[in-house]
Design a protein around this ligand. Structure first.
Ligand code: IPM
Ligand code: MN
Length: 371
């Protein structure tokens, strides 16, 4: 719900499964440290995910749905347990995010891919400043719109359908062009650019996606329009990522590109997400619940912490409240300093910091009591 600045913002928190609770607690601690005694944020905790499915028969309890709907913003850890599946083989825990997205029409999934100082990239020949792009993933249509609606025919054939609508494509394209206007352009040449990623050379649905994006681009003559087919795009993400500024794409393609991108610049563990609808904001790291390392205290909470920063920045815009953008900024600076110092490098980044050590460092830094 957007509107005027408030005395206090309600944040719904869902810890979820696997490493979800560990990374989520870390981000909440950092937010609390950044806010200090100001009482600006009020947190409430709610259940959801695979464990909740096992206990209650649904991954998204109605009470949690209502809490997310009514909150000013929602922070999520991660959900999912590969052993908890529906009879059709799909993961039950994933109903949590997927049903929230469709029921609240959370149509834009925004993920930054940025190479930070102090982080060793997995691609060669690139340094800090060379990679800084944003993937704007359509979040409710595309191939995943079929979730639960596909057909399995006599245990012999199966199908799902790609759903691309004009309205859905126009609004995600607009988000991408608007975002490009707020950025400094691609690292390679400083050009503000939107790259439309599709498979327009093969399928009608993607050719339509490209056509509608091109129509929207006419309203943004100041932004360069660029196209890439998705198979070429994954190669470009490795060979010339500096060319990209804002990338807009269909749901499943965006899901895939937004795992590859963060991996090229170090780790999925660094990648935040803002999932945005009209007046609704849902924030979580792009990584999953990583059950293999859950409970060991070694998960990288940075993606969730940066998601919390995105949450503050989104709320700041929604409510025209500069106090929140200042908090978001402080969190970002703390993360960037910690990475550059080597103080918050977890195992996935070649370091040995624990989740607690990262959290303690960031809490001290955002509270102004750090080194
Ligand atoms: C993501 C995740 C989700 C998705 C799953 C867990 C439902 O992979 O947010 O990228 O596919 O969108
Ligand atoms: Mn994903």
């Amino acid at each position: 719900m957007s509107g005027k600045a408030r005395d206090c913002y309600d944040i719904a928190v869902i810890h979820g499964d696997g490493i979800g609770p560990e990374v989520c607690r870390s981000a909440v601690d950092v937010l609390k440290a950044a806010v200090g005694d100001a009482g600006l944020l009020r947190f409430s905790e709610h259940d959801g995910g695979a464990r909740t499915f096992v206990e209650t028969g649904t991954a998204l309890p109605e009470s949690t749905f209502e809490a997310v709907r009514d909150a000013d913003a929602t922070l999520h850890g991660a959900v999912g347990d590969p052993s908890v599946v529906h009879p059709d083989g799909t993961e039950a825990g994933q109903d949590f995010s997927l049903n929230l997205r469709s029921r609240l029409d959370i149509y834009a999934n925004i993920r930054h891919v940025k190479l930070y100082e102090g982080v060793q990239p997995r691609i060669t020949g690139k340094g800090p400043g060379d990679v800084d792009y944003v993937i704007v993933r359509e979040n409710v249509e595309g191939l995943y719109a079929s979730r639960g609606g596909g057909v399995i025919l006599r245990d012999h054939a199966a199908s799902d359908m790609v759903m691309i609508t004009r309205e859905g494509t126009e609004r995600i394209a607009r988000k991408a062009f608007e975002l490009a206007r707020t950025r400094n352009g691609a690292p390679a040449d400083g050009r503000q650019r939107v790259t439309v990623v599709d498979k327009a050379n093969v399928l009608r649905s993607y050719a339509f996606f490209r056509k509608v994006c091109t129509e929207v681009a006419a309203d943004y003559p100041d932004i360069e329009l660029d196209f890439a087919v998705v198979d070429a795009m994954v190669a470009y993400q490795v060979t010339r990522p500096e060319f990209f500024d804002v990338v807009v794409t269909e749901n499943m393609f965006g899901d895939i590109l937004s795992d590859l991108g963060p991996a090229t610049v170090g780790s999925m563990g660094l990648s935040p997400t803002a999932e945005i609808g009209d007046g609704v904001g849902y924030f979580q790291a792009a990584h999953g619940s990583a059950p293999d390392i859950a409970g060991q205290g070694i998960a990288n909470p940075t993606g969730t912490v940066l998601s919390a920063a995105m949450m503050m920045e989104w709320l700041a815009t929604e409510h025209a409240d500069p106090r929140l953008s200042a908090i978001g900024r402080r969190i970002r600076v703390a993360v960037e300093t910690g990475l550059a110092d080597g103080a918050i490098l977890t195992g996935d980044l070649g370091g040995s910091a624990t989740t607690t050590e990262v959290t303690d460092y960031l809490c001290a830094a955002v509270a102004g009591t750090g080194r």
